[in-house]
Design a protein around this ligand. Structure first.
Ligand SMILES: O=c1ccn([C@@H]2O[C@H](COP(=O)(O)O)[C@@H](O)[C@H]2O)c(=O)[nH]1
Length: 253
């Protein structure tokens, strides 16, 4: 079974197969209210554009102080020099995982790693860096008609993953549906971080390629990212526990 970076021997499922909670909130106050029932849990959280653009590095410092591991999901996509310099700045925040869009190309992805290496304080390890292949909100029709990509979703995701792999990145963001192909091509240590997670009763919202936590685990995903199924649930803590049990294979849905 594949393990996630920083996996600790004997630490169990929560650390080795992270369940990443997307903190898609507009303010730090909203985050603090949401996290209240989780006071005694050390979570793996995701800070995305909505929260980071409002609250900046301060929210990262706060979450680290609370003992949470952090995926800073800013999906950088720009010319190589800009991405390198931006990553150099982000490296000092001490987050665990950052990302770029593979569509930026290999030079850009290599530049992202150079920036991270240059900005990581000495004695610390750089954050893991992964690339978005195709957003989980994209379906085959959008691929063809809007992005003018004629290959299938699977071929496209695999190609973008190969660019990330050749560039030296640590893994990709994809749908769990594409994980078996990626695992077969690049092995167990290449990370597959998979959003677009829903249980059967959930609204899909804007997601197109959705998978349940149980299926994601069976397909071999390194980690799942779950947002609204928890953050918009009437009882977020109960939803977290239920989905976590599914991800850990204790309950099948
Ligand atoms: O392809 C991608 C890349 C990133 N995301 C992010 O994951 C969460 C998913 O939230 P849900 O509420 O569970 O749909 C969100 O923060 C996205 O920005 C993604 O969904 N797909």
């Amino acid at each position: 079974m594949n393990t996630f970076p920083n996996a600790q021997e004997g630490a169990g499922e929560k650390v080795n197969h992270p369940f990443i909670v997307a903190l898609d909130f507009p303010t730090a106050e909203d985050v603090k209210t949401f996290l209240q029932p989780f006071q005694h849990e050390s979570l793996f959280v995701k800070v995305g554009m909505e929260l980071y653009y409002q609250e900046g590095p301060e929210i990262i410092r706060y979450l680290k102080e609370q003992g949470h591991r952090i995926f800073l999901d800013l999906k950088l996509h720009d010319i190589p020099n800009t991405v390198k310099r931006a990553m150099q700045g982000l490296a000092c925040l001490g987050v665990d995982l950052v990302n770029v869009h593979a569509a930026g190309g290999m030079k850009m992805m290599e530049a992202a790693l150079e920036g991270l290496d240059a900005g990581t304080p000495s004695g610390e390890s750089r954050p893991y860096c992964i690339a978005v292949t195709q957003l989980t909100s994209t379906n085959e029709q959008m691929l063809r008609e809007q992005l003018l990509i004629e290959r299938s979703m699977e071929e496209t995701v695999l190609h973008y993953a190969s660019l990330a792999h050749k560039s030296g990145l640590d893994g990709v963001v994809c749908s769990a549906k594409e994980v078996p192909l990626i695992r077969q091509a690049f092995g167990e240590s290449f990370l597959t971080v998979t959003p677009g997670i829903r249980v059967a009763t959930d609204e899909k919202n804007d997601q197109a390629r959705v998978v349940t936590p149980y299926e994601a685990r069976k397909l071999g995903a390194s980690a799942i990212v779950v947002g609204r199924s928890i953050t918009r649930a009437a009882d977020s803590y109960a939803a977290y526990e239920r989905l976590q049990r599914e991800w850990n294979g204790e309950e099948q849905k």
